[in-house]
Design a protein around this ligand. Structure first.
Ligand code: SER
Length: 604
């Protein structure tokens, strides 16, 4: 069967529509923070409330095609199977049909619609544990649907249980295509990863809610959550060797082949780099061009996006692929591959291309500066070697972990590049030392941030001071919008971002977030000097300053005043002038705990 991605999406939706399902369309790739995951990793994620029992406006039988981003395996991308973006073909029963209908339809799709012979199909079923019994029912219905008894495998929770950090979950039953590979041993089964069994889809029977680590409660309704990978199905249906041969990728691969004069598959290193460039560029395009599009930054989802783009550039450089080709690859995805299924990409094309170019240039600059610093480090070691030689001592050709970390932290110079350059020059790098320095640094920023309001102790960089001023502006804005009862409930600042907790009885709407952001940036544009006055607690109270009127500050307190915008008791330090903040961007608003909201913001 030869089939295109566009046809496959349609076949899936038509099949379920004929069986009473409504196509609910896809949602944003960027998670809303409610599930503890940064990106939408599965079609069921936006359906959480409905799987938990809320009535869905479109009914009890739903289907869609949902883009998903999973970056947990980012370092495996480059092999034939891992992708950071993929599309999930989904279908759901919200307290309607259950195991019998689901297994019947799954088999019908695999066997009758897609033409996979029954003896090429295997399934796994939950083997049971101390909390949940073995799923004999699903095994029985699988067999009844047409799966051979010998191809039904009972596996433990590690393999046959589906859950996110919290929310609806339950035992699952995965479906596999049995390839021509010989069994890897007498116990060869779908969990052994030898490549004989390749997963095509998953039927999850959601009967539980995970409320806490190791705490599961039964759900009011029994649901079915089905998700099949579009890319994988395309590979099997068209008998292709890997996903890069599907119509989603052939054009970008062929462009790279032409540019480089090397065929895909001809050289291992080049092939791997081509895959990484193609995959990461595709995901970057999707994330920037999303309805809740993000841009590269140093925190959260923006940081993952930055890593994707920089990793693509790094591998492109390795095979001498110019940055213009990365842009051309992005344009093929936007204009040719996803023009029908993701038309928003076309609308946002200029923005996507601009953001990609800016980030690639930033990275190039970081690489140039880092390279100069790298040379300085090497010169230092060489000098040290000469001195040591005069004393008859020998110094090894090793770059210390601290020096490698400094290149990384101060100049954004990736560890791998330092290592490669070092190798070229006959040097080793102290990888363990680098990891240690990295962990120490993380620990230091954590404790600095934790102690920040317990004795106004802050990271000494001006970046932190600026973000600290931003928190004052944010609180002032919140008080103006929602009333004086809004107070700070916690704060955590690193040189890259601020996190600010406050009391509020509802999730802020996008309009409210925009109003707040405008309030803060208006103060930034007004270039207001930030001044500090020492006064007694009583004077501070009388002056109208807000803050914690608590004796821990001693007799005299410092009041930081931002013109007519804010006046707050605080230990500082702060920016000298609001203009130094340049622009404050709220990147997230989420729940922190009951009645407490959390804002994350950056300076961009
Ligand atoms: N939630 C399941 C998965 O992601 C099925 O949709 O595999």
């Amino acid at each position: 069967m030869k089939i295109t991605s566009k046809q496959l999406r349609k076949i899936w939706l038509d099949f379920y529509k004929e069986r009473g399902h409504v196509d609910i369309g896809g949602v944003s790739l960027v998670g809303d923070g409610s599930t503890g995951v940064m990106f939408n990793v599965a079609g069921m994620q936006p359906l959480m409330p409905y799987l938990l029992g809320k009535k869905h406006p479109m009914g009890k039988r739903l289907c869609n095609v949902q883009g998903c981003v999973r970056t947990i395996d980012i370092d495996s991308v480059g092999d034939p199977t891992h992708c950071t973006f993929f599309e999930m073909l989904g279908s759901w029963s919200l307290g309607d049909y259950f195991k019998e209908e689901r297994t019947k339809w799954s088999f019908e799709l695999l066997n009758k619609v897609f033409g996979f012979p029954a003896d090429r199909l295997a399934v796994t079923v939950f083997a049971g544990n101390e909390n949940v019994p073995r799923d004999n029912e699903t095994a029985m219905f699988r067999e009844k649907s047409g799966i051979k008894k010998e191809n039904i495998y009972f596996l433990p929770k590690e393999d046959n249980w589906w859950e996110l950090e919290r929310g609806p979950c339950g035992p699952d039953s995965e479906m596999f295509y049995i390839t021509d590979k010989e069994p890897c041993g007498k116990d060869c089964n779908p969990s052994c990863d030898c490549g004989r069994f390749v997963e095509v889809g998953n039927d999850v029977f959601m009967q539980y809610e995970k409320v806490d680590e190791n705490k599961y409660i039964p759900l009011k309704q029994k649901n079915v959550d089905t998700g099949w990978g579009l890319e994988r199905l395309l590979v099997f249906l068209n008998s292709l060797p890997d996903v890069y041969h599907t119509d989603l990728y052939v054009d970008v691969i062929s462009l790279m082949e032409k540019t480089l004069g090397v065929k895909y598959g001809q050289d291992e290193k080049v092939t791997r780099a081509m895959r990484i460039v193609a995959d990461h560029t595709r995901t970057a395009v999707m994330l920037i061009g999303d309805v809740n599009g993000i841009v590269p930054s140093n925190v959260g989802a923006g940081y993952i996006l930055r890593r994707l783009i920089r990793r693509a550039v790094r591998f492109a450089r390795d095979i001498n692929l110019d940055l213009g080709t990365i842009v051309a690859v992005a344009k093929i995805f936007i204009e040719k591959v996803y023009n029908d299924s993701y038309p928003l990409l076309l609308e946002k094309e200029d923005h996507i291309v601009k953001e990609l170019q800016i980030e690639m240039e930033k990275f190039n600059k970081a690489l140039e500066e880092g390279r100069k610093e790298f040379e300085k480090v090497l010169n230092g070691i060489e000098k040290h070697k000469q001195f040591a030689a005069q004393k008859g001592e020998v110094v090894e050709n090793i770059i210390s972990g601290k020096a490698v970390f400094r290149l990384f932290d101060t100049f954004g110079f990736p560890f791998e590049i330092t290592k490669e350059l070092a190798q070229e020059r006959g040097y080793a790098v102290d990888e363990e030392g680098f990891k240690k320095a990295f962990e120490e640094h993380q620990e230091k920023s954590r404790s600095a941030a934790a102690g920040q309001f317990k004795g106004g102790l802050v990271d000494d960089s001006y970046e932190t001071a600026k973000l600290h001023t931003a928190t004052h502006l944010i609180l002032a804005g919140l008080k103006k919008m929602f009333g004086e009862q809004v107070v700070q409930k916690g704060s955590n600042i690193t040189p890259e971002r601020l996190r600010f907790d406050f009391n509020l009885d509802h999730k802020m709407t996008p309009e409210e977030i925009k109003t707040l952001e405008d309030f803060v940036n208006d103060a930034v544009k007004r270039e207001i000097p930030v001044t500090c006055e020492e006064m007694t607690l009583d004077e501070a109270r009388k002056s109208g300053a807000h803050g914690i009127f608590d004796s821990k500050y001693g007799d005299k307190v410092r009041v930081y005043i931002i013109g007519d915008v804010d006046s707050q008791i605080c230990g500082g330090p702060h920016a000298k002038n609001t203009k130094d903040l340049h622009h404050v961007k709220i990147v997230k608003e989420e729940s922190s705990s009951s009645g407490i909201r959390r804002i994350k913001a950056i300076l961009d």
